[in-house]
Design a protein around this ligand. Sequence first.
Ligand code: ADP
Ligand code: ZN
Length: 604
Amino acid sequence: MNEVKSPKKPLIYYYFIVLLVLMIINLTVMPWFNSRQVVEVDYGTFMTMTENHEIGQVLVDANKITFTNKENTQIFKTGRMDDPGLIERLHAAGAQFGGEIVEEMPLFLSILLNWVLPMVIFVVIGQLLARQMMKKAGGGNNSMMFGMGKSNAKVYVKSAEGIKFSDVAGEDEAKENLTEIVDYLHNPGKYKEVGASMPKGVLLVGPPGTGKTMLAKAVAGEANVPFFSMSGSEFVEMFVGMGASKVRDLFKQAKEKAPCIVFIDEIDAIGKKRDGQLSSNDEREQTLNQLLTEMDGFEGNTGVIILAATNRPESLDPALTRPGRFDRRVPVELPDLKGREEILKVHARKIKTEGNIDYAQIARMASGASGAELANIVNEAALRAVRSGRNAATQADLEESIEVVIAGYQKKNAILTDQEKRIVAYHEIGHALVAAKQTNSAPVQKITIVPRTSGALGYTMQVEEGNHYLMDKKEIENKIATFCGGRAAEEVVFGSITTGASNDIEQATKLARAMITRYGMSRDFDMVAMETVTNQYLGGDATLACSAETQARIDHEVVETVKAQHEKAASILMENRAKLDELAQYLYEKETITGEEFMHILNK
Ligand code: ADP
Ligand code: ZN
C-alpha cells in the first residue's frame, strides 16, 4: 500500500521563533556594525573638536560639513556656517581634506540587509529542514520541532493489492460480522434511508496471533477506503495531555478522509479500567477521556468506523464498551481443525510445495496453534527444505516444523546418557500407554525422544479427532491420569523418580484445580465458583475468591484428585508391564515412534 503524507501543518511556530531571533540580533549586534552611521552634531561641537585636533577627514560641501574623528570610526555631520577662517583652522588641526567619506547607508538598503535578507535565509533553511524531517518521518508530521504531539497515525490509501477477506482463512463468523460494515462503507445511503446507524466502534477480541490486525486491514481493503492504524501504546506519552492531543489529531485526520477505517491495536493500553487506585495514571486517563469524547463527538453516519483489537477485553473500561462507543464485539478465536487447514493452505500458496501434501493431517497435528503459529510452521517447512537442498517443501518438512514451532529445534549436541535416554523413553511411553488404555483419551500421533531447545527431552504429540466443545468429568480425570503416566512409568520400572515430570505436574494440578474451583465437579463445593478467570486469552490466570479456610479445603481436594489419578495411571501401567517394556525398547532404539506403530505393537 502507498503511504501518503498527512496534511502539512503551518510553520507558524518556526516563523515566530525567527522573528524573535531577528529582533534580538537587531537590538544587540547590528548597532555595532552600524556604528559608522552618521551622527548629527551642532557646529559648536565641530569647532571644539577642531580646536582639540580631533578631526580626521573632512569634506566641506555648499551647505554641510561631513567629518570623521581621528580614529576614523565615526562619521559626523553638521550644517555649514559662515566661518571665514575655517579652512586654515582645520589645516592647522591636521585634518585631511577631500578623500572619501562613506556616506550613510540609504534607509531601504539598511532594512534590506538587517531584516529582509536574514529572514529569507532563515525561511530557506526552515523549508529545507522541514522537508528533510518529513522524509525521515515517513509521511508523519514533524512533530518534534514544529508543534508538539501531532498524531503519527499512518495513512494508507486504497490500493488494489490490499488485504482482502480471502486472505484471512477461517474466522468465518468474524468475517460475516464485518461484512456488514464493508457493505455500509460501500453504500451508506441504503442504511440512512431506513434510519439505521452503523456502530461507531467494533472491538475485535481474541488471543494473540489470530488475525485481528489482518481482519481490520481486510475490512479497509474490501471497502476500498483509507486505513489509519495506530497502536494503543503509541498514545501513551510521557507528558500529560500529549496522548489526548494525538487522539484529537487522529480523529481530525480521519474525519477529513471519511469514509475510512481507524484501527487501534492493543486498545487495553489506554482503555484500562479507571480504578481510582493510587497508581492511577493521569496521562492514560486523559487519553482515554479524549477518546471517549471524540467517539461521542461524531455522528454514527459520518463514515468513520473504528476497529480496535485487544486480547484482554475484561480489563477494558466499561465506558468504552457501552452502546454508542465500542458496542459491537467480534470474537476472533483460535482456529478449529477446518480453520487450521485453510490457514495452512493460504500460507502454503506462498511457498513451493510438493503436490501430495495432506493439510488436514498437519492441521490435526497442530492442534491449538494460532494463525500466526501456522504461518510460522509453513515458513519453517520452507526453510527446512532449503537447508536440505530441496526445491519444494514436503509433508515431512511440515510435520517436523510443527515440533520446531511448538517444542523448539532439535538439540544436536545434547547427549543423554544411556540411562537417561531409557528413562525418557519409559516416561513418554508411560504417557501414551495410559492415554491409549483409557478409552476416552485421544491416541498419540507421534513420540520422539530427541532433546529440544525448549528443554523438553521428549515430545508426545496427541491428536484430537475433530472438534471438542464439552469435556465431561471422566475425560478430565483421564487427562490428569495421562499427565501422571510419565512419572508413574518411572516409578513402576525404576523405583525412583526424576525431575522430568515438572511440566506434567503443573498441568495436572491446573486441571484438577479447575475441576474443583470452576467446573463444579467436586464433592463438597457443588456449583460454587471459587475462582474467576482474569485473562481468558492470555494463559487464563485465575484469582481465588474464597476464605482462607476454603482455600485449604480446595488444596486438599486438589491433592486427593491428582493422587487418585496417579494411582490409576500406575495400575494401568503395571497391568500392561510387558507392553510398556516392549514399546519403550522400540522407542529407545528408534528414537521416534508414530501413532500407527504404537497401536500396532500395542494390539499385537
Ligand atoms: P493479531 O493482530 O490477532 O495478533 P495478526 O493479524 O497480526 O494477529 O496476525 C499475525 C500473522 O498471522 C498474520 O500476518 C498472518 O500471517 C497470520 N495469520 C493469523 N491469522 C490468520 C488467518 N486467519 N489467516 C491467514 N493468516 C493468518
Ligand atoms: Zn511427561
